[in-house]
Design a protein around this ligand. Structure first.
Ligand SMILES: [Fe+2]
Length: 322
């Protein structure tokens, strides 16, 4: 089902929604169990947000990957609203390895998802917003911002969309993280143009992917919000940077995860769970007047997980694939 700009039950009705970081690889053999466990943990979920990189092969190159993605989802994409961000793998390189090389959105994207079409000029099919009960969800296109020069335009659009939000909770979804937890990645343009808007408009939660690890942090000023989450649903796993180990908590490697968010009036409860349903991370945001307090929920969490393989200088041996 497609997200409509205004849908769901009346405002004030409790809402359960799901979030999935990159699914990307082996969707049927190893992605299915994550989506299935999410539905088992939250059978009342009405909305599913996806970080992008739903498939891997450079969108348009391999139609069977999209077939796999829908097969892996089973009843999920036909029983609840699905709102995906576009990742870099939804793009392909036109004129690759020539001076004219550029990223182009693959032909599958506009056909797979009927999105609201209310995005910013220049990234109209990959940016959008909608309200679902007490939540405004704004989806950005990090690839377009970083590689196609739309960061400033997206920031201006985001500012207008958030300023007009009547919702109690505001969630932003973007594929590339504002604060990358992976070594040698730094999305400077996102922080330069979009982060000031995220902070000024008091976004509660920023849901991200791309780095194939788990990492959570809050704002640079130590405030309780916005909460920035990087997660991965699929089996492809990378390593955390040294900085992520010191500036983010909890973090995780080598772990397929999904998120369950329960929104009920002034409370937003967040859980990250493993493919087998174990609790990996949890907190609650509590709205108190104009302020938002974050309450850590440490009880029942399993121990932080890291890749057990010996580190290598580079290459796939260092990635902790499944
Ligand atoms: Fe990515």
């Amino acid at each position: 089902m497609a997200p409509d700009p205004h849908r769901g039950a009346a405002a004030g009705t409790p809402l359960t929604l799901l979030y999935f970081g990159d699914t990307q690889n082996k969707n049927v053999s190893l992605g299915t169990r994550v989506l299935r466990e999410a539905m088992r943990q939250a059978p009342d979920a009405r909305l599913a947000l996806f970080a992008g990189d739903l498939v891997s092969g450079g969108d348009g190159e391999d139609d069977t990957e999209w077939g796999e993605w829908f097969e892996a989802g089973g009843a999920l994409p036909t029983s609840m609203v699905v709102a995906p961000a576009a990742g870099n793998h939804e793009y392909f390189e036109e004129f690759e390895d020539t001076p004219r090389e550029r990223r182009v959105l693959g032909p599958h994207w506009p056909l797979q998802f009927a999105l609201p079409g209310n995005g910013v000029a220049g990234a109209g099919s990959t940016t959008y917003w909608f309200d679902y009960q007490d939540v405004r969800v704004v989806v950005l296109d990090g690839t377009s911002a970083l590689d196609l020069g739309t960061a400033q335009a997206q920031a201006g659009w985001l500012d207008v969309v958030l300023a007009a939000s009547p919702a109690r909770w505001n969630i932003v979804v973007v594929h590339q993280p504002f604060h990358s937890p992976r070594a040698a990645r730094d999305n400077v343009l996102l922080r330069k143009h979009l982060l000031p808007v995220i902070r000024r408009r008091h976004v509660d939660l920023v849901l991200q992917g791309h780095d194939h690890v788990y990492a959570r942090r809050s704002g640079e000023d130590g405030g309780d919000t916005p909460v920035f989450v990087v997660s991965v649903a699929g089996p492809k796993q990378y390593r955390l940077s040294t900085g992520a180990h010191t500036r983010m908590a909890p973090v995780g490697e080598d772990t397929q995860l999904f998120q369950v968010l329960r929104v009920d009036g002034p409370n937003l409860r967040y859980e990250a769970r493993t493919a087998t349903g174990h609790l990996y991370d949890a907190f609650e945001l509590v709205r108190e007047g104009a302020a938002t307090r974050r309450v850590e929920l440490a009880e029942g969490r399993i121990a932080p997980r890291t890749c057990g393989r010996a580190k290598t200088l580079k290459g796939r041996a260092d990635r902790c694939w499944e």
